[in-house]
Ligand binder design. Structure first.
Ligand code: KG4
Ligand code: ZN
Length: 372
């Protein structure tokens, strides 16, 4: 369980205390954040990971996740309040993730949050998980609008121009797998541990990135859409041909795979920054990487090169705030309340909830909205 604690009450009531709850996937998280948009601080941040519950299945099992959230949510919220040194009476707004994500977990967190808010007579804020991720650099680094985000997580891979609250433009995104999914599937195929991203990065350290010439799908096409499916197939074929796999074979496949992802992301981040300049009418000052995949050192280096080439600074929030957490949910609510764009209190939980409602779907579209 992670805790980042800073005991200090806000100077003025104009700086609300926001309790944020996150249960959209396999982290049961709660945090207290206070301050104003662009200048906020984390008072407490508690994350209870469910990795050990899902490890044996090689991925998150929705039913198991929902049940576990139900069993731990009260304890996690209690710990976040305790660590902040406050009781519920000090909370001015309760925020919870309402989507996108796994419905069972979302219902647990949102219903719990709504009940707390109702009991205390304070507003409830239903927050879009993706919005919380893309606003994180304003919490961690105080970055001003506009900026360009590479959102690379277990469920997403997209480039977003962030111009302000509710002004998010998807510049491009994956047409098949998410970035983390590609790492997780590669790890599973090679018999590495779950979650796959860190295991692949570690194995790659002793591997030869030049041994396999893996493809970089869509790299030579204009635009900044991404694709990982062809790369996944190439990895599977290479692994089948090299059977029985030695540790060196596994390391070489990991290094070559990671190198291909890095080359693809460097190229597409460059294209995203060019698309940003066209859309926003000015070059991006910052390229920000968020999501668990942003933990990867080789990918960070690739994104840094792309940013430098376009004259932008590369920013990656500290790892515990790149991955799922309650602080980003609280902060997104604080941004909305502070800028007068209050969240819709009647917002229902949604398994799909695109950040940019105007962008054409990259993946399947149904009643629930576009995937990805
Ligand atoms: O953002 P996150 O914690 O959860 C959500 O998906 O919302 O991201 C988890 C993903 C997993 O797919 C994991 O394998 C990947 O991030 N990941 C990494 C690394 N650490 C985590 N991928 C590549 N390299 C890493 N070091
Ligand atoms: Zn996430």
């Amino acid at each position: 369980m992670n805790q980042e604690v800073e005991h200090r009450r806000p100077a003025a009531a104009a700086e609300p205390f926001v309790l944020g709850i996150e249960t959209s996937c396999d982290e049961c998280a709660a945090a207290v954040v206070t301050g104003v948009p662009g200048r906020a601080r984390i008072v407490s941040n508690v994350v209870l990971s469910q990795i050990d519950l899902h490890e044996a299945y090689g991925g998150v099992v929705p039913e198991i996740a929902a049940r576990a959230h139900g069993e731990t949510i009260d304890r996690v919220v209690g710990e976040a309040l305790d660590a902040a040194g406050v009781t519920l009476d000090a909370v001015d707004v309760v925020a919870a993730t309402a989507g996108p994500g796994l419905l069972g977990g979302l219902l647990v967190g949102a219903t719990f949050g709504k009940a707390l808010a109702r009991a205390k007579g304070v507003p409830f804020a239903a927050i879009n998980h993706l919005e919380a991720h893309v606003l994180t650099p304003r919490l961690t680094d105080g970055i001003s609008f506009p900026y360009c985000v590479a959102l690379l997580s277990g469920g997403h891979a997209q480039f977003v121009a962030v111009e302000g609250i509710d002004a998010y433009h998807r510049l491009g995104g994956t047409i098949d797998d998410a970035a983390g999914e590609a790492f997780d599937k590669t790890a599973k195929l090679l018999g590495l541990s779950y979650p796959g991203g860190p295991a692949v990065e570690v194995a790659a350290r002793s591997g030869d990135p030049a041994r396999f010439d893996f493809p970089t799908p869509l790299a030579n096409r204009p635009g900044c859409d991404l694709s990982f499916a062809g790369l996944k197939t190439a990895v599977r074929l290479a692994a089948e041909r090299a059977q029985p796999l030695t540790d060196q074979d596994i390391a070489d496949i990991c290094a070559s795979f990671q190198d291909a992802v890095a080359r693809l992301l460097e190229r597409k981040a460059g294209a995203a920054l060019a698309a940003f300049a066209e859309k926003v009418g000015a070059p991006a000052g910052h390229l920000v990487a968020v999501g668990g995949v942003a933990a990867n050192g080789v990918l960070r280096a690739a994104l840094t090169r792309a940013a430098e080439k376009a004259g932008a600074a590369f920013v990656a929030p500290p790892l515990p705030l790149c991955t799922d957490n309650g602080a980003m949910i609280a902060y997104a609510a604080l941004e909305r309340v502070g800028s007068g764009v209050a969240p819709d209190p009647s917002q229902r939980v949604r398994s799909r909830w695109p950040l940019d409602g105007d962008a054409a779907p990259l993946l399947g579209k149904g009643k629930r909205g576009a995937k990805g």
